[in-house]
Design a protein around this ligand. Structure first.
Ligand code: ATP
Ligand code: SF4
Length: 348
């Protein structure tokens, strides 16, 4: 991706708890979201995806603590370090510039307020210049944007289907035309047909309005379709970061390869699903070295004690890597196993 950065995360660390009882849930996360881009965050449950997103938006709740790093937001008034921003600045930016769509709309919407009140509240708080009639007009327009008719404005959340509630959440997230929308498993609770409809609409809206999306899911196959760039997380670390198509056709990290082998290909011949043996580690008992080594089919001797950093792998065809992986197989001198040495295009 070549667009201008809108959100830059550098060396972000997040712990749950402090002192002896504390555990590190996100370690040295570094990534860049660009204008109009969809950045996917994938990984098994507990890998730290939500923690990273909530830390970035400063929505992290105790016992979560940000213990290091930098989050630079490129807003209309210049660059702002979100980790240094005071409460008033964060209030001004949230919804207006950065909005979040949570996993469960039922829990995120106020159950005792009608949809119109919930939509117009955000407009009243952030767009004081709009009168009541203009706010209502904008609420109607927003619902229409996500495929919901005006007659639903007076409904309570429980009167809407799961898909409609999720659409309302998306309308609310877009109400103030933010630069960044963070979506944490936004459609997981919905059936696949509704999920597909909402995601198609979302992508059309993104192209029209130009916002960037951080899309969090455990469903890597979904991200390969939706995302421009994908970051794979394992045990709190980003272990691979690459263009979505390159990641799909020529993964470099054994964990990415395992995730790709865990779901059926949409096209091509039927193959036996291999999955990944074992389970992700508990944060209280992270293996030394590469945290993936007890499950890795390609582990080397050093993997049990040296932590690999995210670096550009040497590409077999000598092309610039333009992606990164945290794996000792790619730091030179090792015979890289065939599935992790593919050149993009050789498997298309
Ligand atoms: P999921 O897909 O299940 O939402 P995730 O990848 O988003 O998982 P997180 O929810 O960010 O992962 O959790 C990362 C780690 O932090 C997990 O090991 C989890 O147990 C731990 N964790 C999350 N919330 C807390 C908390 N409030 N207190 C202690 N540990 C927590
Ligand atoms: Fe496997 Fe070692 Fe690479 Fe970790 S560093 S993914 S254990 S080969």
């Amino acid at each position: 991706m070549t667009g201008e950065p809108v959100l830059e995360v550098r060396d972000l660390c997040v712990d749950y708890g402090v002192g002896k009882g504390g555990v590190r849930a996100v370690t040295d996360a570094t990534l860049t979201l660009r204008r109009g881009e969809v950045l996917g965050l994938a990984g098994e449950s507990g890998s730290g995806k939500s923690t990273l997103a909530y830390a970035v938006t400063r929505l992290l709740r105790a016992p979560g603590v940000i213990t290091g790093g930098e989050v630079r937001f490129h807003g209309p008034d210049g660059v702002l370090d979100l980790l240094e921003a005071d409460a008033a600045t964060l209030r001004r930016i949230r919804w207006d510039q950065i909005s979040v769509v949570f996993q469960s709309a039922m829990h995120a919407l106020n159950p005792v307020a009608r949809i119109d009140a919930q939509l117009t509240d955000a407009l009243r708080a952030h767009r004081a210049q709009l009168g009541p009639a203009e706010r209502r007009e904008r609420a109607v327009e927003l619902l229409r944007l996500v495929g919901i008719g005006e007659e639903r404005l007076r409904s309570y959340p429980h009167e809407l289907s799961g898909g409609m509630r999720q659409r309302v959440m998306i309308a609310m997230a877009l109400a103030l035309e933010p630069r960044v929308v963070i979506m944490d498993e936004p459609t997981t609770a919905l059936d696949v047909v509704t999920q597909r409809e909402i995601l198609d609409e979302l992508m059309q809206l993104k192209d029209r309005l130009g916002f960037a999306i951080v899309f969090i899911t455990h469903d890597l196959s979904l991200l390969i379709e939706l995302a421009d760039t994908i970051a794979i997380m394992y045990a709190g670390r980003i272990v691979e970061l690459a263009d979505a198509q390159r990641l799909f056709h020529s993964p470099r990290h054994p964990y990415t390869l395992g995730l790709l082998n865990s779901f059926p290909a949409l096209h091509g011949e039927r193959v036996r699903m291999e999955g990944i043996p074992g389970a992700p580690p508990a944060l209280t008992a992270l293996p030394a070295g590469c945290a993936f080594h007890p499950r890795c089919p390609f582990a080397l001797e050093r993997c049990a004690h040296d932590v690999p950093r995210l670096t550009e792998p040497a590409e077999p065809d000598g092309a610039p890597a333009d992606r990164s992986a945290a794996c000792w197989l790619h730091t030179g001198g090792e015979q890289v196993p065939e599935p992790l040495a593919r050149v993009l295009g050789s498997t298309l």
